[in-house]
Write a protein that binds this ligand. Structure first.
Ligand code: NAP
Length: 463
């Protein structure tokens, strides 16, 4: 079996395959990046240590005798989907949601307006946002340089969206660099953050406080930051009948509301930095000439059909930085069925639907299957559903063993593609720990692909 994507979705699928004994399997977990763990490395906020430590569990799965990691192999370019399918008996797509949703408002593309996906990738040290100096993509260089410049020149930021990513972004942007020094952030990220002077962050929710999608533990963290006041207008927290119904049925919404109400009632401490929540507020225009200077905001309400509609103007917010944190979106990979409308691979219980019928050897799991929702653990049950379908199809004879063991390795060797394996990952891991310790930290992320590849070499010496 091959699994495309070595993030939590793919690794949980490998775990489900390796834990059963009905069918003897060899599992190749393939990733275009030199390192495994996907969003656990490149999405979970660096100051969320316990969530990041899920990596240890994922690593144990990749170490199992029936599982092999193939890093730095891009499916769709190094190998086509057709070639991969011919090299194994079945494929599970687990390549996640690679881009951000759009706001579709004027000014969205102005310098100073960035997607949370880009900012998160930047502060987690993702090689796509930290290009090698000899890498040709001008766009990649622009993104990296622009974020560095924006971080060091902004005072007022607007974060659009009230999900967990919005909270991560607000927290990382408002924390001081000293608060972040115990993380594994790359040196160049910490250097940028040390020049940061952001004093005010405005978080916009287009619906009321009952409709937030963040979790209460993550929300509470904002109220515990030193020298930061959280500001909420109590009028924003009044509940209309539909919000009351939501709060009665949804325990997380009810708990979030209690935290927000506590903050709205709390006297301000005179802190030097502020996070302000604005509910029933959505941006209608991002203002600026060659850079964002402000965000025009509209008051909103939910109409009788349940849609969010405009209900008049709110004060315009001054901003040098706008972070659009309105969710991720899946991208098509050449050769894989894709539903443009949902941004997902069409499937039923994990069985991929190709040209209107089940494809005999293709499966899907994770965000590219169900959309960008849920916490990391959600991927475990999702993977179990997909692997259960796959194993049932093996029993029914729909998936057949073609005796293709070793075929993938031969194909890669013919192409001159050298996949990075788990020993290579351990060398990268050791290099990151060594670099961190040399700066008095636990570890430091290597953000550039060339650094990762150099560290992966057998004869690697510390940089
Ligand atoms: P999310 O939870 O879907 O939140 C997206 C937010 O954007 C929602 O508040 C949504 O509001 C808003 N939004 C969407 N379109 C908008 C528009 N056009 N204008 C204004 N607002 C808009 O997504 P996410 O925060 O990117 O997180 C993705 C997933 O990762 C979630 O399942 C999240 O829980 C998970 N995650 C978990 C953690 C953690 O456990 N610590 C950390 C990070 C991420 P509506 O509800 O009105 O659509």
């Amino acid at each position: 079996m091959a699994i495309v994507g070595a993030g939590p979705a793919g690794i949980y699928a490998a775990e489900a395959l390796s834990q059963q004994s009905d069918v003897a399997v060899e599992v190749a977990v393939i990733d275009r990046l030199p390192v495994p763990f996907g969003l656990v490395r490149y999405g979970v906020a660096p100051d969320h240590f316990s969530i990041r430590s899920i990596r240890n569990t994922l690593e144990r799965t990749l170490e199992k005798p029936s599982v092999r990691f193939y890093g730095d192999v891009a499916i769709g370019s190094d190998l086509s989907i057709a070639e991969l399918r011919e090299s194994v008996d079945a494929v599970i797509y687990a390549y996640g949601a690679g881009t951000d949703r759009r706001l579709e408002i004027p000014g969205e593309q102005l310098p100073g307006s960035i997607a949370a996906a880009e900012l998160v990738a930047w502060y987690c040290g993702h090689p796509d946002v930290h290009p090698d100096t000899d890498q040709p993509s001008l766009e990649d260089h622009l993104v990296a340089a622009a974020i560095d410049e924006l971080i060091s020149t902004s005072r007022h930021a607007v974060v659009v969206g009230v999900g967990n990513v919005a909270l991560d972004v607000a927290r990382v942007l408002i924390k001081t660099v000293d608060d972040l020094d115990d993380t594994d952030m790359a040196d160049e990220v910490l250097t940028s953050l040390s020049r940061k002077n952001i004093t005010d962050i405005h978080v916009l929710g287009r619906r009321g406080p009952a409709y937030t999608t963040f979790t209460t533990k993550e929300l509470r963290e904002l109220g515990q930051l030193a020298d930061v006041d959280v500001i909420i207008d109590p009028a924003d927290l009044e509940l209309d009948p539909s919000s009351q119904a939501v709060v009665q049925q949804n325990k997380v919404a009810a708990r979030n509301l209690v935290v927000l109400q506590e903050w709205a009632a709390r006297p301000l401490s005179g802190a030097s930095r502020h996070i302000s929540f604005h509910f029933w507020s959505r941006p209608t225009k991002i203002i600026g000439n060659d850079r964002v200077t402000a965000v025009e905001v509209e008051r909103t309400m939910i109409n009788s059909d349940g849609f969010v509609v405009g209900a008049g103007r709110r004060p315009t917010l001054a901003a040098d930085l706008v972070v659009r944190s309105v969710g991720y979106r899946g991208l098509p990979l050449p050769g894989i069925p894709f539903d443009e409308r949902t941004g997902r691979v069409p499937h039923a219980e994990g069985r991929v639907i190709r040209d209107g019928s089940f494809s005999p050897d293709e499966y899907v799991t994770g965000w590219i299957k169900r959309g960008p929702t849920g916490v990391i653990g959600t991927n475990k049950s999702d993977a179990v559903e997909t692997v259960t379908s796959l194993l049932a199809d093996v029993h029914d004879g729909a998936v057949q063993a073609h005796g293709r063991s070793g075929k993938l390795d031969r194909l890669l060797a013919q192409r001159g593609i050298k996949a990075l394996d788990m020993p290579a990952w351990h060398r990268i891991d050791a290099a990151e720990i060594e670099l961190g310790v040399s700066h008095g930290r636990l570890r430091t992320t290597l953000a550039h692909r060339r650094e990762l590849l150099a560290a992966a070499e057998d004869d690697h010496r510390p940089m």
